[in-house]
Design a protein around this ligand. Structure first.
Ligand code: PLP
Length: 364
């Protein structure tokens, strides 16, 4: 029934950081476990972030940390998740994790979710009795849509699945449950031989990819769907908008019809994982010249120069972990180091200079 090659295509072997931040403490990767009856597993009650930390000449630098943490707090607020964590504490935790992990570059994954109070278990849909927990993990993730994709572009399709309608699930929140919709879009795309699917919103306008925002270039102008097209307010999307301003490339937010994808001069995805990835075809129709277009290349070049610290960012976009001053917050004193040696039976040290870095196979 299923084609195994297609199913394995997305399996990467990243180097992971052997410690995970958990509610103010660092624990071993192997100890970061939850009970199978946790609310989140049954009802999708999680909110999370995906953040990249880039290699620069001033050491690792986390890209737009504040904005990611603000979005995480917003997602939690939308879902009435009460928790004790502040933007400063969570940001410091990310910085500490990156320093302790010893990787020059990595992808950081903070997640907050409703777990299980084992002393007073609650199993209903009502999330309120279930305690909130927060974890932050990190690993070295390469190019999300493949190494060649950044230059050559990817083949995408328009998905038969629509993006969520705003009054069914709030797409503004980066919630775990939203990614069931993303998984349908992604599985359909890869099963049919595409790298990614583009979803329309419930009115039939272009929305976004399963894990990326989308941009179209027409007659020298860059166009991207507005937030009202059921998109996640992407932080890379915001960065592209700012970069266009800096490069004096005209940009508008506007509803986009499906057919406009086929006749666009250029198309590209933006996202923390995908960065800036050109789209070279949609539904097998070549986009423009059928490979990365010149405006995409300019924006992509500026983006990578900014993330590598070679070009000045339009704002305070990089947090250089070695220079970071921790925020003063109440729980500062509880950051005890509980980590020990990484178990050699299950993991392998990846590099002598990489503390606690281990190889495992993760699926996206
Ligand atoms: C559905 C969806 N849209 C857009 C994005 C891009 O957002 P960002 O640039 O903040 O990573 C992502 C990735 O987080 C996503 O999952």
């Amino acid at each position: 029934m299923f084609n195994d090659d297609v199913r394995k295509k997305d399996v990467k072997t990243p180097t992971i950081v052997g410690e995970v931040w958990h509610d103010g403490e660092f624990i071993k990767w192997d100890d970061a476990r939850v009970h199978v009856m946790s609310h989140v597993l049954h009802y999708g009650s999680s909110v999370f972030e995906g953040i990249r930390c880039y290699k620069t000449s001033r050491g690792p630098a986390v890209f737009r940390l504040r904005e990611h943490m603000q979005r995480l707090l917003n997602s939690a607020k939308i879902y009435r998740m009460e928790h004790p964590w502040s933007l400063g504490e969570l940001s410091d935790a990310v910085v500490q994790l990156v320093i302790r992990g010893g990787l020059q570059q990595c992808y950081v994954r903070p997640i907050m979710f409703r777990s299980l109070d084992e002393a007073h278990p609650a199993f209903g849909v009502n999330p309120f009795p279930n305690p909130m927990v927060c974890y932050i993990g990190a690993w070295d993730w390469g190019k999300y849509l493949g190494d060649a994709a950044i230059e050559q572009g990817v083949d995408a399709c328009v998905s038969s699945w629509n993006r969520l309608s705003p009054n069914s699930m709030p797409v503004m929140a980066k919630a775990g449950a939203n990614y069931m919709n993303s998984q349908l879009i992604k599985m359909e795309a890869i099963t049919n031989g595409y790298a990614e699917g583009i979803a329309l919103d419930d009115r039939g306008y272009v929305s976004e990819g399963s894990g990326e925002n989308i941009f179209l270039v027409h007659d020298g102008k860059v166009i991207t769907p507005p937030l009202s097209s059921s998109i996640l307010p992407g932080i890379t999307r915001d960065s592209v908008i700012e970069i266009c301003r800096t490069l004096e490339i005209p940009l508008v937010e506007s509803g986009i019809q499906r057919a406009a994808l086929y006749v666009a001069d250029e198309l590209f995805f933006s996202g923390t994982a995908a960065e800036i990835t050109p789209i070279r075809s949609v539904d097998r129709i070549p986009v423009g010249i059928g490979s990365r277009g010149p405006i995409t290349e300019r924006i992509q070049k500026a983006f990578f120069e900014i993330t590598s610290g070679e070009r000045e960012a339009p704002g305070a976009w990089l947090t250089f972990v070695k220079e970071h001053q921790p925020a003063h917050h109440e729980n500062n004193g509880h950051h005890a180091d509980k980590s020990g040696e990484v178990k050699k039976a299950t993991v392998t040290a990846s590099a002598s200079d990489t503390r606690d870095a281990i190889h495992v196979t993760l699926t996206e």
